[in-house]
Ligand binder design. Structure first.
Ligand code: NAD
Length: 367
């Protein structure tokens, strides 16, 4: 058996700082005989500084070969003046496009110790654990025709919502597969009441379910009703699957149910490779946070939880993912907080490194 391979792209700003804490977690697994073939490379501004491009072709080729890519964050004020074609974000977009990562997974998980951070009542969010799957490579952000043109004496803005059956079917499969690894429930959201693409979406999801995943519980909801239900009682959901536009909105809404940007992981998955593992990119939702970079203030938990997602969804190590998530939960329950999580009086913030060390210590205590 070969070790799972992982390409680490720390990127810019706080990216390298939070990634250093993930390295400690990976090293801890190594001491227990769970080893990964880890390589590291440049992305974003860091790659531009060395290669004059935010993603070198060799790095792109490596990303296509490994079992999973883990990225920190890209961007920063230093690069704002660059031409659009070489901006740090282009490196990330190239990875997503060339790896054809069509399923974006955004968990909304609320650790009990942080339930007060939510804008919703504590009992509504405490213990929340849902997953939004957003279709990422099609729909109204990509459909043609698009543009702004003149009709008579006024301008008209046009975007086209377009989905093929196969695009819907593959993201539906991703949702059902995930549900089987979680609570076995999928809720599909669209606007079949007013959009033909929504009717097709509902039909195809229903067909894929009947043919391949009858063991998973499936429900359908209009996306506007879904937004209401997400704020009313989010714990009714397990996996939500939806299109690019609705997913953009609903995943941000769901993420904020849980509080801080420093806590939110994500994954973007593509088709299975020859070894059966999906093409995969894991990254925290937050950016490079130039305002706190280099100060040891960044919360490494979003990046560490992104690695936990890699354990679960790329490496089939669900029990280890749960162990790592539990370690994070225990550290928070002990009252440890990085500066972004302060709110309670009398709590002194811990540094990025101290948070990473504490999580590793909890891992050690768990065996
Ligand atoms: P940001 O996510 O970097 O920061 C927003 C706020 O949240 C800041 O106050 C920051 O200090 C705080 N924050 C973010 N992550 C944190 C963490 N882990 N711990 C503690 N506090 C944290 O968003 P921004 O300020 O809009 O963007 C900064 C740069 O990052 C820009 O160049 C932007 O283009 C880029 N960006 C990159 C990504 C990515 O790499 N995926 C995503 C968003 C923004």
């Amino acid at each position: 058996m070969t070790n799972p391979s992982l390409l680490i792209l720390p990127g810019d700003g706080i990216g390298p700082e939070v990634m250093a804490e993930v390295r400690k977690v990976i090293d801890w697994y190594g001491t227990r005989g769970v080893t990964f073939d880890v390589s590291e490379d440049l992305v974003g501004g860091a790659a531009y500084d060395v290669h004059g491009t935010p993603l070198h072709d060799d790095t792109m080729a490596k990303a296509q070969e490994v079992d999973a890519v883990l990225l920190g964050a890209v961007g920063g004020p230093k690069y704002d003046v660059l031409d659009f074609s070489v901006k740090p974000e282009r490196g990330l977009l190239r990875l997503r496009k060339e790896m054809d990562l069509f399923a974006n997974l955004r968990p909304a998980q609320c650790f009990d110790a942080l339930a007060d951070f939510s804008s919703l009542k504590k009992d509504v969010v405490a213990g929340l654990d849902i997953m939004i799957i957003r279709e990422l490579t099609s729909g109204v952000y990509f459909g043609e025709p698009r543009g702004i043109h003149r009709e008579g004496n006024e301008r008209v803005g046009i975007n086209t919502q377009r989905y093929t059956e196969s695009e819907i079917a593959r993201v539906a499969r991703a949702a059902f597969e995930l549900a089987r690894k979680r609570g076995n429930k999928v809720c599909s959201m669209e606007k079949a009441n007013v959009m033909e693409s929504g009717i097709l979406w509902r039909d195809v999801v229903t067909e894929v379910h009947a043919a391949e995943y009858p063991d998973v519980e499936l429900s359908h909801m209009y996306a506007d009703a879904g937004a209401m239900q997400l704020t009313r009682w989010p714990k009714q959901f397990d996996v939500i699957v939806t299109d690019n536009l609705f997913g953009d909105l609903l995943s941000d809404l769901a993420a904020m149910l849980t509080g801080s940007l420093g806590m939110l992981p994500s994954a973007s998955l593509g088709l299975p490779m020859a070894n059966g593992r999906p093409k995969a990119l894991y990254e925290p939702v937050h950016g490079s946070a130039p305002d706190i970079a280099g100060q040891g203030k960044a919360n490494p938990i979003a990046c560490i939880l992104s690695f936990a997602m890699a354990l679960r969804y790329s490496f089939d190590m669900g029990a280890e993912a749960t162990r790592l998530e539990k370690a994070v939960e225990d550290v928070l329950a002990d009252g440890l907080r990085t500066a972004d999580l302060l709110g309670e009086e009398g709590v002194t913030p811990v540094s990025t490194a101290a948070m990473g060390d504490a999580i590793v210590a909890k891992l050690s205590a768990s065996v």
